[in-house]
Design a protein around this ligand. Structure first.
Ligand code: NI
Length: 485
């Protein structure tokens, strides 16, 4: 794909190097890359609140023997903005179709997933990004991802360029690019990905970064890209820049309408400030029915009882991946989940990223949680959903030695990022397929709000809601599953 973002190559190499023996790579490729987070971890994310109020999604999906393509277009009240974004999305999609066509005679299978994300929206401006992920079953080189982002002026529908924001002198932009390259280098070094200054210059310049995203009145965001082969949401490379080092260049109406600009009365000084540094349940039930597993992570929480009422009403079963520390707080809710025939999985004691723990620490997380579940409902879970969907060969070995398999997901509602019931419902319904596993979190009220819509629309499409074990049968310790085969 010719439009892949520059960062992709580094990330690709880096992530492959880091995850040389990741068992889940083949699986993760087909799984949406966003990962879940417990409510307690949200400070680490840039998603402060949902900005989607007046934006809806339009999906264009294709599924056949050659490919699975999911394309999500944002529909804002501003036709010109829609047109600009759709044009870019269509270019990606056309490239994808062309590549698939060129392989028409092969038995390979191709995957495309284009989605968008809104970072900022107020009366006058809108910042959003599109993420495109590609994979193929037989051709590693086809895999990749790309990100493009814009800030729009809602009044004109035009893209706000960096030149608009930083005044027309190239000084402001160069200064910003230097900060951006600096921050990117630090971030890649942190991930042990080597990059030269020359590569950074080639990658981060006025051509490759024409616009920006607004994070808030004091910070700009550059969502430069995401890794395509990783299994953790932390693979996104997003650089935040404080505007305080750019004040000198922000003395214009555009910048003032968006950011917290400190007025400088004098015209810009010539002297620049210094740079800052399966599907066979028992009896084969799912062989004759369209089955799907709804899964809810991070609970039990204060919202779970309401969810259980909704599920009970619809006679739907679900699977709950619980945190040991929350079982301690809400034992009665876990008991209710069990009594009402839902399934319980282990999601660790307090949601650490397993890839950052040693074997003993992972075992302790698993066993402590198994123990409190056993103590509460007299059943021991047989599988785990690793926090953030993050795992490597060491994590898998630890899971295996604790007698657990690992359950990921085939449909990511990103309900932790977008606290908007209709978006969550749309993502669940559009991504659904027989044998699929949908990830949600019963720690958000908006997720529970979305469930009646999901149940209604999928039931209308003849889906039956089953537990993970009913969907995929008995799982094997040390194996990773993301849907029924
Ligand atoms: Ni989680």
């Amino acid at each position: 794909m010719k439009r892949f973002l520059f960062l992709q190559q580094w990330l690709y190499v880096g992530v492959i190097a880091l995850c040389l023996s990741v068992i889940g790579v083949g699986i993760a490729r087909y799984v949406a890359m966003d990962s879940a987070t417990a409510s307690s971890d949200q400070e680490g994310y840039y998603f402060v609140s949902s900005q989607y109020n007046d934006i809806t999604s339009r999906f264009s999906n294709t599924s056949n023997t050659q490919m699975d393509s999911i394309v999500e277009y944002p529909e804002t009240p501003y036709p010109k903005i829609n047109e600009t974004v759709a044009k870019t999305i269509d270019t990606y999609h056309t490239d994808f179709l062309e590549a698939v066509n060129q392989n028409a005679t092969s038995t390979n299978h191709f995957m495309e997933n284009i989605s968008y994300q809104v970072y900022f929206s107020n009366d006058t401006h809108l910042s959003l990004a599109i993420h495109a992920i590609y994979a193929s079953r037989d051709d590693e080189a086809f895999s990749g991802s790309s990100t493009e982002f814009w800030t729009f002026d809602k009044r004109t529908g035009e893209v706000v360029s960096l030149a608009d924001l930083l005044g027309n002198s190239t000084d402001g932009r160069e200064r910003l690019f230097i900060s951006l390259r600096d921050a990117t280098k630090r971030e890649l070094e942190r991930r042990k990905i080597a990059v030269t200054d020359e590569e950074l210059k080639d990658s981060i310049n006025a051509e490759t970064v024409p616009s920006f995203a607004i994070l808030n009145k004091k910070e700009l965001l550059f969502p430069l890209g995401r890794a395509n082969e990783g299994s953790s949401s932390s693979d996104d490379v997003e650089i935040k820049l404080q505007i305080d080092t750019l004040q000198l260049f922000l003395q214009n109406d555009t910048a003032r309408s968006i950011l917290d600009v400190v007025p400088i009365q004098q015209p810009a000084q010539p002297e620049q400030p210094a740079l800052p540094s399966t599907s066979t349940g028992p009896g084969g039930y799912c062989n004759t029915q369209k089955c799907i597993a709804l899964t809810f992570d991070d609970g039990p929480s204060i919202h779970t009882n309401r969810l259980l009422d909704i599920l009970k009403n619809a006679k739907a079963r679900a699977t709950f991946f619980v945190l040991g520390q929350n079982v301690e707080k809400h034992a009665a809710i876990l008991k209710r989940e069990n009594v009402e025939k839902h399934e319980i999985g282990n999601h660790s004691w307090d949601h650490p990223q397993f890839t950052k723990l040693n074997h003993a620490a992972i075992l302790s997380q698993l066993q402590r949680t198994d123990a409190i579940i056993q103590e509460t409902i007299s059943k021991r879970p047989s599988f785990v959903r690793p926090p953030y969907g993050a795992f490597d060969s060491n994590v898998i070995a630890s899971l295996s030695s604790a007698g657990h398999s690992s359950i990921l997901w085939s449909v990511d509602t990103r309900d932790w990022a977008d606290r908007n019931a209709s978006i969550i419902c749309n993502r669940a319904v559009t991504g659904a397929s027989s044998g699929g596993i949908i990830i949600m979190h019963d720690v958000h009220a908006t997720t529970v709000d979305a469930v009646p819509c999901i149940l209604k629309r999928l039931a209308a499409d003849n889906y039956v809601f089953v537990t993970v074990s009913e969907l995929i049968g008995t799982t094997k310790p040390g194996q990773t599953y993301y849907r029924a085969r």
